[in-house]
Write a protein that binds this ligand. Structure first.
Ligand code: FAD
Ligand code: DLZ
Ligand code: SF4
Length: 523
C-alpha cells in the first residue's frame, strides 16, 4: 500500500519497460503506476484489430509484471464505466483518487500525445515532471544539434556517429569492423527458387490475450484486419524467445535476403521484432550487442550483422530524430502535390497486380509486411500513382501492428512519397516492374506481363514509372542521382513517350478510390 500523497507515474501503451526513466530510482512504497486503455487512442485512427489486441494485451501483461515486482498499479480498462476516454481525463481522475504530490511521466512517442502532456502542468495543481525517453540512443535534443549544423541530412552520416557513440562493430583503433561502414551492396540477393525461411516464434493467445480479442471483436468489429490468427509476443519473456529464435535461425541470412520477396512467405529472414521493440519489451542496444556477439562468435556474417544493427541504431533512431525535428510540418508536407485518393485495393486486396495483392493479404492477416514490401511495392505504387500523402499516412498508421507516428510518418512521407522534397532521401524510391521482378517471384504468375511496357496486359508499374518521371521532370532532372533517367526517356522519342503516358493514364482511370471511413471515422 503506497503512502499518502504518492508519486503518480502514468505509463503509456508503448512504454512497457521495467527500467523506464520514470520508474528508475523510485520507491515502490511511494508510487502509484497508472496505466490507461482509452477510447481516444484506440480510435484516433481505426487501427488494425491485431494492433489493438497487441497493445491492450501487452499493457495488461506489463501491469501484472509490475504488480509481481511489488509496484502498485492502477489500471483503467476501456470497458470501465467511468473511463473518460482520454489520457488527460484519466490522469485527472487518478489525481482525485490518489492525491499525488507529483505526476512523473516519460515524454510521449507521438506529437499528438506529447501536446496533451505538455498541458498537464497548467491543468493540474500538483507538480508535473516530463522526462526524456532514454530508451532511444539518440536524445531528441542531440539529433536537433546534429541536424542544425548541416545543409543535408543523410542517415548514413548519422549512422556513423551512432556506431562511434555505441562502439558497435568498431575496431579498437576506431575503424569500422571489416573496413567498411556499410555492406548493403552484399544485401540485395534475389530469392532462391522456392525459398522458405525457418518459422519465427509464434505464441498462442493466453487468457489475457483472449479477453482482449473478445473486446476487440465486440467493440472494433468493423476495423480493418483479421483476428483469425494472433501470434505476436505480448510479454517480455515471449519477446525474448522471439529474439532468441531470430538470432539462432535467421540472422545469418538476414542481410543477403533483406530485399527479397516471395509470394506467401511473410517473414523470410526478417527479425519480426519491431512490435516488441516499439512497445518497449525489447531493448534496442541489447539486441544490437547480441547481433554483434553472433558475428564475433562466427555465427553470422558481417553483412547480416551490420545490416541488422544499421536498421536499429541507424534507421530507427534517425527517423525518430527526423520526426521530432520536422513535426508538426511533416504531417502536411506534399512537395510533389499528389492529390489522388487511396485506391480501394489497399483495403480489400482486390487487384490483379499479384505483388500488391500479396502484400495487402499479408498486411490484413498479420498486421505486418516486411520493409521492402512496404517500400518498393505498396509505397512505390502510391508514389507513382500520386496518392495524396495524408491518405497514405493514415493507411500505414492503421494497418501495421508496429505503427506509431514517430516511425511511420518519416518512412511514409519522406522515404516513400518524397513529400518532404528530399530532406530524408536523396531521390524518390521510384521503380518499374523490373525491380519487383528481380527481387521477387511475384511476376511469374501475375495477370500482367512484366516485360510488356505499354498496352493491354503490360505491368502497370512500367508505364506509371515513366508517367511519374515525366510529370516531375522539373524537380528531378537536376538531381544528379536521377538526371540520367531523362536521357533514356528522351531517346525513346515522342511517339513512344505518348504510348507510355497514355497507358499510364488509362490504368489510373481504372482505379477505384477507397470509400471514406476506412482509416478515420471522420474521413
Ligand atoms: P527487420 O527487417 O528485422 O529490421 C530490424 C529492425 O530495424 C526493425 O524491427 C525496426 O525496428 C528497425 N527498422 C528497420 N527499418 C526501419 C526503418 N525504415 N525505420 C525505422 N526502423 C526500422 N517500422 C516500424 O517499426 N513502424 C512503422 O510504422 C513502420 N512503417 C513503415 C512504413 C514504410 C512505408 C516503410 C518503408 C517502413 C516502415 N517501417 C516501420 C520500417 C520497417 O519496414 C519495419 O520496421 C520492419 O518491416 C519491421 O519488421 P522487422 O522487425 O522484421 O524488421
Ligand atoms: C495505439 C494505442 C492504442 C490503440 N491504445 C492505447 C491505449 O489505450 N492506451 C495507451 O496508453 N496507449 C495506446 N496506444 C498507443 C498510443 O496511441 C500512443 O501511440 C503512445 O502513447 C505514444 O505516444
Ligand atoms: Fe507486380 Fe507487375 Fe510483377 Fe504483376 S508483373 S507482380 S503487377 S510487378
Amino acid at each position: 500500500m503506497p503512502s499518502a500523497n504518492p508519486n503518480l507515474i502514468p505509463i503509456l501503451g508503448d512504454q512497457l519497460t521495467l527500467g523506464l526513466a520514470s520508474l528508475r530510482g523510485r520507491s515502490k512504497d511511494d508510487t502509484v503506476v497508472l496505466m490507461m486503455e482509452v477510447w481516444d487512442e484506440a480510435t484516433y485512427v481505426r487501427h488494425h484489430k491485431q494492433k489493438i489486441v497487441l497493445i491492450f494485451s501487452a499493457m495488461r501483461h506489463f501491469a501484472a509484471e509490475l504488480r509481481d515486482a511489488g509496484w502498485t498499479v492502477d489500471y483503467v480498462e476501456l470497458a470501465d464505466d467511468a473511463n473518460s476516454g482520454s489520457f488527460t481525463g484519466e490522469v485527472a481522475r487518478a489525481i482525485e483518487r490518489h492525491d499525488p504530490r507529483a505526476v512523473q511521466v516519460v515524454e510521449a512517442g507521438e506529437w499528438r500525445v506529447q501536446q496533451a502532456i505538455e498541458e498537464w502542468p497548467d491543468k493540474f495543481a500538483c507538480e508535473v515532471r516530463i522526462l526524456p525517453d532514454d530508451r532511444f540512443l539518440c536524445p531528441i535534443a542531440d539529433f536537433r544539434d546534429w541536424a542544425e549544423d548541416r545543409e543535408v541530412l543523410r542517415m548514413e552520416h548519422f549512422y556513423r556517429e551512432m556506431r562511434r557513440k555505441t562502439g558497435l562493430l568498431m575496431t579498437s583503433d576506431g575503424k569500422p569492423e571489416g573496413g567498411e561502414w556499410n555492406y548493403d551492396s552484399e544485401n540485395r540477393k534475389p530469392p532462391r527458387d522456392g525459398m522458405s525461411a525457418p518459422e519465427r516464434a509464434k505464441f498462442e493467445p493466453d487468457d489475457i490475450t483472449l479477453a482482449c480479442i473478445e473486446l476487440v471483436e465486440d467493440r472494433f468489429a468493423d476495423h480493418f484486419g483479421s483476428l483469425d490468427r494472433f501470434e505476436w509476443p505480448v510479454t517480455r519473456a515471449e519477446a525474448e524467445e522471439a529474439a532468441d529464435r531470430f538470432f539462432a535461425e535467421r540472422l545469418a541470412d538476414f542481410g543477403a535476403y533483406q530485399d527479397a520477396m516471395v509470394h506467401g512467405e511473410d517473414d523470410l529472414y526478417h527479425s519480426m521484432l519491431s512490435t516488441s521493440l516499439n512497445l518497449g519489451l525489447l531493448d534496442p542496444l541489447d539486441l544490437c550487442r547480441r547481433a554483434e556477439q553472433a558475428y564475433r562468435d562466427g555465427e553470422a556474417p558481417l553483412n547480416s550483422v551490420e545490416g541488422f544493427i544499421r536498421q536499429i541504431i541507424g534507421w530507427r533512431e534517425y527517423v525518430r530524430g527526423f520526426y521530432w525535428y520536422f513535426m508538426p510540418g511533416l504531417e502536411s508536407d506534399n512537395a510533389l502535390n499528389a492529390q489522388r485518393g487511396l485506391p480501394e485495393f489497399y483495403w480489400t486486396g482486390e487487384t490483379d497486380m499479384r505483388c500488391l495483392a500479396d502484400c495487402v493479404r499479408s498486411t490484413r492477416e498479420n498486421a505486418h509486411a516486411h520493409h521492402i514490401q512496404r517500400l518498393m511495392v505498396l509505397g512505390n505504387f502510391a508514389l507513382l500513382a500520386g496518392v495524396k500523402p495524408r491518405a497514405v499516412q493514415d493507411w500505414y498508421l492503421v494497418v501495421y501492428a508496429d505503427a506509431y507516428e514517430w516511425v511511420e510518418l518519416p518512412n511514409v512521407a519522406a522515404m516513400v512519397l518524397y513529400a518532404d522534397g528530399g530532406r530524408l532521401a536523396s531521390k524518390p524510391y521510384a521503380a518499374s516492374g523490373n525491380y519487383i521482378n528481380r527481387m521477387s517471384d511475384y511476376c511469374k504468375d501475375c495477370a500482367y506481363t512484366v516485360s510488356r511496357k505499354t498496352g493491354d496486359g503490360a505491368c502497370p508499374f512500367n508505364a506509371l514509372y515513366w508517367h511519374f518521371m515525366d510529370r516531375h521532370r522539373d524537380r528531378l532532372e537536376s538531381n544528379h542521382r536521377v538526371g540520367r533517367v531523362y536521357q533514356n526517356w528522351d531517346r525513346m522519342g515522342a511517339e513512344r513517350q505518348r504510348e507510355y503516358l497514355a497507358s499510364a493514364e488509362a490504368f489510373l482511370d481504372t482505379l477505384t478510390p477507397a470509400e471514406p471511413g476506412w482509416a478515420r471515422d471522420t474521413a
